[in-house]
Design a protein. Structure first.
Length: 95
């Protein structure tokens, strides 16, 4: 995964539970996060760090940038690590 992230020129993350800001989870609901295989981690200075299984998914990135008014900084994550991180939603399916 590290090599893939380096090839794409982006960061990668393993333990989303350690890096996620609880306030960021409220930006996107669990349903959308699972559907788009992504999870918001942190936001600061008009940018959102977004863990993504497919960080080349420009449709999702551009959609979020438009809706949130922030620049999205994708971070590569494995499907397994994303699933562990999504447990932070605690089954809250709300948007």
């Amino acid at each position: 995964m590290k090599l893939a992230a380096q090839t794409l020129g982006i960061a990668w993350c393993r333990d989303l539970r350690k890096h996620a800001d609880a306030e960021c989870l409220e930006l996107r609901g669990e349903r959308e996060a699972r559907q788009n295989r992504m999870m918001p981690l942190k936001r600061a200075a008009g940018r959102l760090v977004l863990a993504m299984v497919d960080p080349t998914d420009l449709d999702t990135i551009q959609d979020l940038e438009g809706r949130l008014g922030m620049t999205v900084e994708p971070v590569l994550v494995t499907p397994e690590d994303l699933d562990k991180g999504l447990a932070l939603y605690g089954g809250n399916e709300g948007e």
